[in-house]
Design a protein around this ligand. Structure first.
Ligand code: NDP
Length: 289
């Protein structure tokens, strides 16, 4: 039986954040500029409020400036666009993040399209998505970037490996497939219309779950020795009536089959904010020159 290795995203993210903090100190000493991240939150979605608070705290801990703009839920689209225009023009702001989801009366695509692509640290602007697709330097979405960092740390070179990404969202699945292609993997993107999903998954040396369905990917869908990255974050109520978080992969079933796997929580999740900080520093370096 294979001994399944745990990929510790929490520890990796801590090391990454420490490295970013020291790079921020060096950047500040060389240029006199402190990288600045502006986060825009519209409304009071409880999960979004927690994310924004965590982002603000970790931004400050990395030695960067944090600008939080909390707007009431009834804020008009024009007011949000006007704030983004102000942030685009503000030289102390190097990264702009609009927390999703936005209230229903605001067109998220219109808002994302207004962010200066050079400050688009979430990497959701079509200019950055297009630059990634054609192999140009881009700001890359944080969660996929974190997944590839964990994979390279676990496996070294990814060249020639068969990668299957389950999920094709613009936020995770599609950019992750592009990044794996850039690492010379042979990439398959699976989705809700894929035929014989278990069979497709069994081909994978690298199997990624980015679906949002609790424990959908079963142990016998995993090729022995494969590296499994579980992006899913699903809240379920256990038999004891308590809420807990599970991924898209049946974690217990994967033990003894997968070569390595990320846990949920403590796998991909902590990498997302760390990569947001990395993108903010990257944006500041490019903007300052
Ligand atoms: P979306 O809902 O945007 O996309 C889900 C994808 O899964 C779609 O492409 C969909 O296919 C596919 N899918 C749905 N059902 C099935 C099925 N039965 N079989 C195969 N494919 C299926 O989700 P996101 O990409 O935004 O997020 C995915 C998960 O990752 C969620 O659990 C989310 O919470 C988590 N997440 C975690 C982050 C982190 O920091 N760790 C960050 C972002 C997301 P189709 O296109 O055909 O509908």
């Amino acid at each position: 039986m294979i001994e399944t290795r745990l990929i510790d995203g929490k520890a990796f993210a801590e090391t990454l954040r420490a490295r970013i903090a020291s790079d921020v100190t060096a950047f500040h000493a060389a240029t006199g500029v402190k990288p600045g991240l502006a986060v825009v939150l519209v409304g009071e979605d409880p999960a979004s409020s927690v994310y924004v608070r965590n982002k603000g705290r970790q931004t400050l801990e990395a030695g960067m400036a944090s600008f939080e703009h909390k707007l009431p839920a009834e804020t008009s689209q024009d007011e949000v666009l006007a704030l983004i225009a102000t942030l685009n023009a503000d030289s102390s702001v190097h990264g702009i993040l609009v927390q999703l989801p936005l209230p229903g009366h605001i067109d998220a695509q219109a808002v994302l399209a207004t962010i200066d692509p050079a400050k688009d640290v979430d990497g959701f602007h079509v200019v950055n998505a297009g630059r990634l697709a054609v192999g140009l330097e881009a700001l890359v979405p944080c969660t996929p970037l974190g997944c590839v960092m964990l994979l390279k740390d676990t496996l070294g070179s990814l060249a020639g490996l068969e990668a299957v990404v389950v999920g094709r969202s613009n936020i995770v699945g599609k950019p992750l497939a592009q990044l794996l292609l850039r690492e010379d993997c042979t990439v398959t993107i699976a989705h809700s219309r894929t035929r014989d999903l278990p069979g497709v998954c069994r081909r994978a040396d690298i199997l990624i779950g980015a679906v949002g369905r609790p424990e959908m990917i079963r142990g016998d869908w995993i090729k022995p020795g494969a590296t499994v990255i579980d992006v899913g974050i699903n809240r379920i109520t256990g038999a004891d009536g308590k809420n807990r978080l599970v991924g898209d992969v049946a974690f217990e079933e994967a033990q003894g089959i997968a070569g390595a796997i990320t846990p949920v929580p403590g796998g991909v999740g902590p990498m997302t904010i760390a990569c947001l900080l990395a993108n903010t520093l990257t944006a500041a370096r490019r903007l300052v020159g």
